[in-house]
Write a protein that binds this ligand. Structure first.
Ligand SMILES: C[S@@+](CC[C@H](N)C(=O)[O-])C[C@H]1O[C@@H](n2cnc3c(N)ncnc32)[C@H](O)[C@@H]1O
Length: 394
């Protein structure tokens, strides 16, 4: 439960940092053009492009550039609703903790908010971007905060020292957004094999393993950790959860999926995890796909769904399509292809007949599913769709 006065304080805090809240891209980009010179904008776009390549040096250069006083408010305003989503959730869970580490704190927008809310607690923010840390230190000083310190430290290079009651890692542990994670055992299941090599590869590729080990070593005996990463897809969520569980970090509360806006774009992010050590925290980990928006499958209503004669009898582009496909009666395969794609995922496409109609089903090991059912007289539509997928995918 997020109370209004906390939210008001956060709005004031973000305004103090020079951030503005936008709901339209047009207004946001207009402000960007007013606030930054064409040369600054061009330099920023180059930094964004380089960051996409994913090398640590390019990432540090990006965060250094965005911590510049001119750029900071403009760029970080895109994350305004992210701060509204995360700031109060973390603040409400600071609880009894006396010493708190914010790992990968960036310029310290959230760290300084927490420190303002809790003058009696001690905060340390670490980040590997030196310019971000200088900015964080300057801002903390300007705010008159004596309970927060910022240190430039690359978790991948050296471990931080001291012990903490609470460690925060929000958008800091699994930065490799392009990493698609661990595929399922096969196209017909969402289950991931418990295979230590796959897990270790993921932790190494993304840097998660080392970062987590180093942070975990700093946690006091009763310590807690808050983790919020871009790991909503099952293929990334499962290895993150297994990495946490393997380090004896258990769920204190049900993880929460969080949706917020990046100006006009919707970000489905998280989950937000509150974790503690060992036995008292034994909520089970969930490795199933999240509930989705796919149309429930009811064979008695297939012919009454739509007044549009061209509409399929049933269509579902969500993981729940698998359940619907399993429920089809007396399936008879007409054509099928199962192939390995160059990026490692396995793809299966099948065209078949069932009592419900002619169907096309696609599934892959990164949890994408699609089921379309049409009346037998329109089978040719699915036939050409099948050909299109088979020839474009491989
Ligand atoms: C997307 S920002 C998130 C900032 C802040 N935690 C928040 O929630 O707004 C990610 C930050 O993590 C930092 N970071 C990434 N890898 C790091 C590492 N190995 N050691 C220290 N900081 C790191 C980056 O420099 C960047 O400032």
């Amino acid at each position: 439960m997020i109370n209004d006065s906390l939210l008001q304080s956060l709005h004031s805090h973000l305004a103090w940092w020079g951030l503005r809240q936008f709901t339209s891209d047009e207004a946001y980009f207009q402000w960007q053009r007013e606030a930054l010179s064409p040369a600054e904008l061009a330099a920023l776009h180059r930094q964004v492009e380089r960051k996409r390549r994913g090398s640590p040096a390019d990432e540090v250069a990006f965060y250094d550039a965005t911590a510049h006083p001119n750029i900071l408010p403009v760029l970080y305003s895109q994350r305004y609703d992210y701060y509204l989503a995360i700031g109060p959730r973390v603040t409400n869970r600071l609880g009894e903790a006396r010493s708190i580490l914010d790992a990968g704190c960036g310029v310290g927008i959230l760290t300084t908010f927490y420190a303002r809310q809790y003058p009696g607690k001690t905060f340390v923010g670490i980040d590997r971007s030196p310019v971000s840390i200088v900015r964080a230190q300057e801002q903390a000083k300007a705010l008159g905060l004596s309970n927060v310190q910022f240190e430039c430290l690359d978790l991948d290079q050296s471990p931080p020292t001291r012990s903490y009651d609470l460690i925060l890692a929000t958008h800091a542990l699994v930065q490799a957004e392009q990493d698609s994670g661990i595929p399922s055992r096969s196209w017909s299941t969402f289950e991931r094999a418990v295979e230590s090599r796959l897990q270790a590869d993921f932790e190494r590729r993304t840097g998660l393993g080392l970062r987590l080990d180093r942070l975990n070593a700093l946690l006091s005996a009763q310590g807690r950790m808050i983790v919020f990463e871009k790991t909503r897809q099952l293929a990334r969520r499962v290895p993150l959860q297994r990495a946490l569980a393997a380090r004896d970090l258990g769920l204190i509360e049900q993880p929460e999926l969080i949706r917020y806006r990046l100006v006009e774009e919707i970000a489905d992010d998280g989950p937000f995890y509150l974790l503690g050590r060992g036995a008292p925290h034994q909520l089970p980990w969930d490795e199933s796909p999240e509930p989705d928006e796919g149309r429930p499958f009811d064979r008695t209503k297939l012919h009454t769904g739509s007044t549009d004669p061209d509409a399929p009898l049933y269509e579902n582009h969500w993981p729940s399509a698998q359940r619907a496909w399993e429920q089809l009666h007396n399936k008879r395969l007409l054509k099928e292809t199962t192939r390995q794609e160059p990026d490692g995922r396995q793809l299966h496409v099948e065209l078949g007949e069932a009592e419900e109609g002619v169907y096309l089903y696609c599934a892959n090991t990164l949890d994408q599913r699609q089921l379309v059912i049409v009346e037998p007289v329109r089978a040719v539509v699915l036939e050409s769709y099948y050909q299109e997928i088979v020839s474009s995918a491989f």
